[in-house]
Structures are given as structure tokens and as C-alpha cells.
Design a protein around this ligand. Structure first.
Ligand code: ANZ
Ligand code: ZN
Length: 818
């Protein structure tokens, strides 16, 4: 029997695709373009099972669109700056580039072996000079537009990695990378002003609905966190300017009995009186050890200190004390709140602990929070609230009080976002240098475009060890330069950029690789983008996927791109797990991709990944069987050897029944792949293989043209998931290579009609019904249909059927009991 040799097929077809440039797009406008993009890999070690799954998914889409006649771009590159390379270089006393580019070569080889339909001619690495030159160029443009700025503030600090982290990189109070508890440090750092785009990032999500998973949109919406409310000004005794608070409930202002400011913000330090200073300073130290999550938790025992300062409630003239407490965050709203203990649980817990007054101003359910200790919220009847008394509607209360505040000049309605500006400085070496020179006289001078890239100095090994300052600061020859403006002595910025900056624009670069006039050619981007399908892990739901949307909007405002959203469709593949758990070293349940491929071949491994379930679901490797995938592929391959007709044969002469099955498969599989149901498409392909095998062995036989037609489509459908065996089948059929260059068929509507015949139903020799049934009807289905017929029921008259004689599809005879 014929048997396909998966390893030999792999080498043969890799060479063919490379030589044929099968997967390089024509890019000449002769076909409609489609851009299919996988999130580019980080070069940590070799490819693993997770990569294998994600890229197998992207390849289904890319190969499908190619066969459908589109000019498909499916590029690959590496996100090659980052900490692991630096840590490896410190350990091995080498340069991070060595580790990085070695790993890239290993991964590139594995990608090729894995049979992905990638365009290698557009390959990029974010750590290449001709890439990071343009990252710096973009930084300069952002700076010109006021979207890159420096400020001094408390930032998230990872004590292990010795670098700052963006808010998005702090997960449950820990460093997203190494899991260390994140602390706070006061540093002068660079930020991107993503908050300028908060509203647009929110609004444009309507363009992504349907194309992106709902939960990703929900996560972004929460992260952006839009709140409507008001700014209210409280005059402070002995201070010229009032304190401004942000509140979502200005209608509760009559119940504001004290104020609270963030201990670690500038206000508290300024307001505190000498009498309270020592206690306050101790409290600030304590605060810094708390994570943001702990601080916001309602479970947390409330702590705080009085500042000795007092303010005036603008609506009733009451004198209220000002406290500092860690539950108020320095960088949300204004870093100060009006405390309304009756209607905010945190304020109530605080008031009860420190004996501050509680005044109920909304009767929600007849209870008094001062007595119950439970704050009430929502609609109710206002009381103790001057002009609001008697109103029962929250919206009306908010509107009324906001109007009054505005009229008196004590406040204004406003919108607040949870989203913070993006902190992009990192005190690490292996990243894109920030192209700024600091001069005592001229301030921040951005390096001129012609001087880019600002190259990394040549540091290695122990020179990179974390010291709490950037390793670049140690490269004094590199740091000390002439000020480009005044020629005086100046210093380069010694921080590098967050690697999420690199990955915020790589997909533009793919459109015009090697372009030297800018980061990309706007014409190429106009041709290829937006991306038709983006594939990658859900762990990027807020980091990368928010940042790249922000970059695209800035580029749009610069006139370089014309769309609001760069990625129209997003697929988040599930994870590959083993025995119900994520694979990990400590559990010892890791599965090695290379070993799986050695044993079963690429095709079987990929088929297993796709067939396991819906793309979004996790795959438990303990519950799937690459061995049976391989068996199926061998079955499909053997079919090709049983095709006895020649390529010139006319399918119209083929067996009707098999043609019907084939064309039904074409229609269904097309629709299934289009709607992302890849696993079901594979199941349909398996059914087609079975039907064809039957036709060969016990039907019209291998010489029938319908068999050739069926096997050709089997090869095309399989090429999306098992490309090597698909090529082998195609070749065995005597067709010119490659199946990847073939055209996906369209189903012939006339062949889709179900063939039917008339089935007569007899009872005791008499015809009781004539029913239209499919030619391939089963006895079970025929009996069910017959029993549902009114004439049959009348004739049976309540008697049960004791015997069935079936001569299908033409006749069904029923023998009733007594
Ligand atoms: C008075 C008030 C009364 C409040 C009431 C709520 C209920 P969101 O919805 O998340 O925007 N707040 C304002 N700034 C804060 C900060 N920097 N740290 C901690 N809390 C802060 O929350 C807005 C509400 O959170 C604001 O409305 C304020 O408390 C508090 F019955 O003001 B509210
Ligand atoms: Zn200068």
C-alpha cells in the first residue's frame, strides 16, 4: 500500500515553495490584497506548542484566502529587544545580540519546517538598526506633537528586574514578567500621552464589534474606564487655590463631611501642618509598600492620618477636615476626594474608624448608614440637601447640583478616564535608545532625523548587570556628547524604550520592508491595510492591542494612514495544556514540539491542533491523538493512488451521488472556514474522505471522474492544515505543483440539490403513503418519516409495529401487531 513519508515530504516541499516564491505576494494590484498577520514571536528558545497552535490557525486563514484568489501577505519577523536576552547575556558574559540572533535562527528554521505559508522576504527584527532607527523617528514625531513628555512621579518599580513598569505591566501588584512585588519609586520618566486618545479608543471600538472577541473589547473598555461626574472645588483655609476633587456623585455633596487626599501625591505634602508632619511622613512610607490593588480593596482595613488642614464645603459652608489615606490614589482624578460616608462604603469605613461624622442625604431604603454601617447607593429621596430635598431621581439631582456649582463657579461637569499615560522609559540596555540629548542650557533636545539611529553602545556581560540606573549610564563615552543646539557639553538620555513601543508599529513596516524614506511607505500601507485577520494570544488584550491602536490613531492624525483601526478581525487562540493543566517545568508536563513533529510529522501535529476544537478553546494534549491524525492522513493519501482517471477527464460525467457529496463539502467547508470554525471544516473533510473511499471500493470505482474531483478537493481542503500531504496528493493526481497555487472551487448549485425518490409505505400489502425521501435515507429515518404520516397512523389505528421490511429507498413495509 502507498504510504506517505512525512519527513521526506517536508523537505521536498519546503524547497519547492522557497524556490517558487509561492508565498510572496504579487503586490502588483492584479488581485485583491489581503493581509493576514500573526503576532510576531519573541525569540526565547525554540518554537513551542503554543506557537505551533497559533501559527497553525493563522495559516488556515492565509492559505484559504490565497486559494480563494486573493494576493495574500502573511509576513514574519521578530520582537527581538527585551529583558531575557539581557539577563542571558549577563549570565553568559556575552552580548544580548548573540543570544537574540541565535534564537531567531533556530526559530526561523522551525518555522520553515512547520510548513507555514510565510513571506520571508519581508522579515524584520525590531533590534535591527534599520528598524529601531524608525522607532526613534516615530518617538521624535510624537514628541513634536506633544505626545511624548517627561515627568517626575512615583512609578512602578520592579526590584528584581531593576526597572520601571507601565501600569499595564503590573498584574495584581506584581511584575508581569518575573512575579516580584512591585514597589514605587520617584523618577523622571518619559510618557506617551495615550490619554489624549482615551475617548477615541473607546468610540472606535464600535468599528471592531463583531470582528474582535467581545471579552477583549470589554477588557479594553474597562481599562480605559470612562466615568462621568464633576469637578468640585473646596476652598482651603490659608491657601489661595482651592482643592479640586473628582466625583461621580456631585448630588451627594451635602453629605460630604471630610476630604481625603492621596498620601503620595503633591497635595498632602503641601497641606500637612508641622504638628502632623512626623506621623504623616511615616504613613507615606507605609503607603509605598502597598500595591495599588491592596489600596483599592474594600476589604482592606482603613488607615490614614489627619493633615491638620481644613476646607469649606461649597454648598453649605461647613468646615471639613482634610485627611490623607491610601485608599485615595495619587494618579486618578485629581488625587483628592470629597468623602461622603453615608453613600460610599470606603468613606463610611474610614469615618467609623476615625470618628468622623456621617450624614445621610439620600433615603434609599429607609435605612441610615450611620447606624447600619452599610453605605447606601443609587436612587432615593434626597434629604438634608437644600435645593435637592424631595427630588427622587439621581439624574435630576446630579443635573441640578452641577448647574448650581457651575453658576457659582465652584465646579463643572466632567469626564474622567481610568487610563493613565503610557510610561515608556526602561532602565535596561537591550532596547531602543531614547533619541534625546539633555543640555543644561537647552533642555531636552531631540536628535535630528539625519542623525538617527542613535545606536546602542557595545556593552556586554557584567556591564549590563542591574544597578538601579540604566546600564547605558555606564558608557560614558557614549553618554557625553555635544549639545546639537549650542555645542556645549550635554548627555544622552540613558533609558531605552519599553519593547511595546517596538511592537506598536511593526505591522506597518511589513508593508514596505527596507523602505528608507520613513518607517513605511504610506502608499503600501494604503494598499495592504487594515489587516484582514490578526491572530494572537489573549494575554495582549490590553497591552499590545491598546498600544498599537493608539499608534495607528496618531499616524492617522499625522496623515500617514487613512483608517481609524489597523486590525479588523482578531482571533485569540486558546492554549495548549496537558492533563488539564498549563504546561510547566515544575509540573513536568511539558510537551516538546520538535519531538511531536519527529514522531508524527508536521501535518499530523497541525491537523491535531486544528481538529481538537474551536480555535478559541484550550487544547488538552492528553486528550487528542496525533497518531490517529496521521492514520487519517495516510488514508487520504492512499485515495490519491486509487484515482484511475486522467487530469483531462470531465467531472460532468462523474457519479451523481459522489459529486453531490463533494459539492456539499465545498459549500460547507468554505462557509466554515470563513466563519472561523476550522475544526468542523476538518470533520467535513474527513467525511468526504470516507465517502470517496466508499465510492472507490463499493461504488462506481476509482476510474469514475467524480472520484478525481473529490480527491482534488480533499487535497485543497487538507492544504489549509496539512500542507505537505496535500502537496503529495496533488502531485499523485498528476497535477502541476503546487496545490497552494490552485484555485478553490465553488460549489455547483445544481449539484447541491438533494436527490430524492418516492418511497411507498405499505401496511399489510396495501400502499398507505407515498413519501419523497433522500436517496441515501437510513432505515431509522425512513421509519420515523412513515410513522409521522397521517395515513399510516390511521391505518395502524393504535397498533404497534412488530416488524419492518425495508427495501430502501423505494419501499418500506410495516407489519402491525394484534
Ligand atoms: C463622592 C462620592 C459619593 C463618590 C458617593 C462615590 C459615591 P469611578 O467610578 O471609578 O470613576 N474617587 C475619586 N478620585 C479618587 C481617587 N484618586 N482615588 C480613590 N477614589 C477616588 O470612581 C469615582 C469615585 O471614586 C468618586 O466619586 C470618588 O468618590 C472616588 F456616594 O465622590 B466619589
Ligand atoms: Zn545646549
Amino acid at each position: 500500500v502507498a504510504h506517505y513519508d512525512s519527513q521526506a515530504a517536508q523537505e521536498k516541499w519546503q524547497a519547492f515553495w522557497e524556490q517558487d516564491k509561492t508565498f510572496e505576494p504579487l503586490d502588483d494590484g492584479s488581485r485583491e490584497r489581503r493581509y493576514v498577520l500573526d503576532m510576531f514571536p519573541y525569540p526565547s528558545g525554540d518554537l513551542h506548542m503554543g506557537h505551533a497552535e497559533a501559527y497553525a490557525m493563522g495559516d488556515v486563514v492565509s492559505r484559504f484566502l490565497r486559494l480563494r484568489g486573493y494576493d495574500v501577505m502573511h509576513p514574519i519577523g521578530w520582537d527581538s529587544f527585551g529583558l531575557p536576552a539581557e539577563n542571558a547575556a549577563i549570565r553568559a558574559n556575552t552580548h544580548p545580540a548573540e543570544w537574540t540572533y541565535n534564537n531567531i535562527e533556530t526559530q526561523a528554521r522551525s518555522f520553515k519546517r512547520y510548513g507555514l505559508s510565510l513571506d520571508w522576504s519581508r522579515r524584520l527584527h525590531t533590534s535591527d538598526e534599520d528598524y529601531y532607527r524608525w522607532t526613534q523617528w516615530l518617538f521624535a514625531r510624537f514628541h513634536e506633537r506633544g505626545l511624548a513628555y517627561r515627568k517626575n512621579s512615583f512609578v512602578n518599580w520592579c526590584p528584581k528586574d531593576q526597572t520601571v513598569l507601565a501600569n499595564e505591566q503590573v498584574v495584581d501588584g506584581r511584575c508581569e514578567r518575573c512575579g516580584s512585588d512591585v514597589t514605587k519609586r520617584k523618577l523622571n520618566q518619559w510618557y506617551f500621552k495615550i490619554t489624549d486618545y482615551a475617548q477615541q479608543l473607546l468610540d472606535d471600538m464600535t468599528q471592531l464589534e463583531g470582528g474582535w472577541p467581545d471579552h477583549v473589547l470589554a477588557m479594553q473598555r474597562n481599562w480605559i474606564g470612562r466615568s462621568e461626574g464633576a469637578h468640585v472645588d473646596f476652598a482651603v483655609e490659608g491657601r489661595e487655590t482651592p482643592i479640586r476633587v473628582f466625583t461621580t456623585r456631585p448630588d451627594t455633596l451635602f453629605g460630604a463631611t471630610f476630604m481625603v487626599v492621596a498620601p503620595d501625591g503633591p497635595l498632602a505634602a503641601e497641606l500637612v501642618t508641622d504638628e502632623h508632619r512626623a506621623a504623616f511622613e511615616a504613613y507615606v512610607e507605609q503607603t509605598k509598600r502597598q500595591t495599588e490593588i491592596q489600596r483599592q480593596s474594600t476589604e482592606n482595613e482603613k488607615t490614614g492620618v489627619p493633615l491638620g488642614a481644613f476646607a469649606t464645603n461649597p454648598v453649605n459652608g461647613e468646615r471639613v477636615p482634610i485627611w490623607a489615606a491610601d485608599y485615595v490614589l495619587a494618579d486618578y482624578g485629581t488625587g483628592a476626594v470629597m468623602a461622603v460616608p453615608a453613600h460610599d462604603q470606603r468613606d463610611l469605613d474610614f469615618a467609623r474608624k476615625f470618628g468622623l461624622p456621617v450624614r445621610n442625604v439620600i433615603d434609599v431604603d429607609g435605612t441610615d448608614p450611620a447606624e447600619t454601617g452599610i453605605a447606601t447607593s443609587g436612587d432615593g429621596t434626597y434629604l438634608n440637601s437644600g435645593p435637592l430635598d424631595g427630588l427622587t431621581d439621581k439624574a435630576a439631582g446630579v443635573a441640578r447640583i452641577t448647574e448650581q456649582l457651575q453658576a457659582d463657579g465652584n465646579g463643572v461637569g466632567t469626564v474622567q478616564f481610568r487610563l493613565r499615560d503610557w510610561l515608556l522609559s526602561r532602565q535596561r540596555f537591550w532596547g531602543c535608545p531614547i533619541p534625546v540629548i539633555h543640555c543644561a542650557d537647552c533642555g531636552e533636545v531631540v536628535v535630528a532625523d539625519e542623525q538617527l539611529p542613535v545606536r546602542l553602545p557595545d556593552l556586554r556581560g557584567s556591564e549590563l548587570a542591574p544597578k538601579g540606573t540604566s546600564p547605558l549610564a555606564g558608557a560614558t563615552d557614549w553618554v557625553n556628547v555635544e549639545c546639537p543646539k549650542c555645542g556645549g557639553p550635554a548627555q544622552r538620555d540613558t533609558d531605552t524604550m519599553d519593547t511595546f513601543v517596538d511592537s506598536s508599529w511593526y505591522f506597518f513596516r511589513y508593508c514596505s520592508p527596507g523602505y528608507t524614506e520613513g518607517p513605511f511607505n504610506p502608499d503600501d500601507v494604503a494598499n495592504w491595510m487594515p489587516v484582514a485577520q490578526y491572530v494572537g494570544g489573549v494575554e495582549h488584550a490590553i497591552l499590545h492591542l491598546l498600544y498599537m491602536r493608539f499608534f495607528s490613531k496618531v499616524l492617522r492624525d499625522m496623515g500617514m494612514v487613512s483608517f481609524d483601526e489597523p486590525m479588523l478581525k482578531l482571533l485569540n487562540q486558546g492554549q495548549v495544556i496537558n492533563q488539564g493543566r498549563a504546561m510547566s517545568k515544575s509540573l513536568g508536563n511539558g510537551i516538546d514540539l520538535g519531538a511531536q513533529i519527529d514522531e508524527f510529522g508536521v501535518d499530523a501535529v497541525r491537523l491535531t491542533m486544528i481538529f481538537a476544537g474551536p480555535p478559541e478553546d484550550d487544547i488538552d494534549w492528553a486528550e487528542v491523538s496525533p497518531a490517529s491524525s496521521l492514520k487519517f492522513l495516510q488514508r487520504a493519501f492512499r485515495l490519491a493512488h486509487d484515482v484511475a482517471s486522467k487530469p483531462e477527464v470531465d467531472f460532468a460525467d462523474g457519479d451523481k451521488a459522489l459529486r453531490h457529496v463533494t459539492h456539499k463539502s465545498i459549500a460547507e467547508i468554505t462557509q466554515l472556514v470563513e466563519s472561523g470554525r476550522f475544526n468542523v471544516a476538518v470533520a467535513r473533510t474527513m467525511e468526504l474522505v470516507n465517502a470517496t473511499r466508499k465510492a472507490v471500493d463499493s461504488g462506481p470505482g476509482g476510474a469514475d471522474p467524480a472520484v478525481r474531483e473529490a480527491v482534488m478537493f480533499v487535497a485543497q481542503a487538507l492544504s489549509l492544515v496539512a500542507p505537505y500531504v496535500a502537496e503529495e496528493i496533488w502531485e499523485t493526481l498528476g497535477l502541476p505543483p503546487s496545490v497552494a497555487n490552485s484555485t478553490w472551487p465553488t460549489a455547483d448549485e445544481t449539484l447541491l440539490v438533494e436527490d430524492s425518490v418516492t418511497m411507498v409505505v405499505q401496511i399489510q400489502g396495501k400502499i398507505r403513503a407515498k413519501l419523497e425521501v433522500p436517496t441515501d435515507i437510513t432505515e431509522e429515518a425512513a421509519l420515523e418519516l412513515a410513522m409521522a404520516d397521517a395515513g399510516v397512523q390511521r391505518s395502524l389505528d393504535g397498533r404497534s409495529v412488530v416488524k419492518v421490511i425495508a427495501r430502501l429507498p423505494k419501499m418500506l413495509s410495516l407489519v402491525p401487531g394484534k
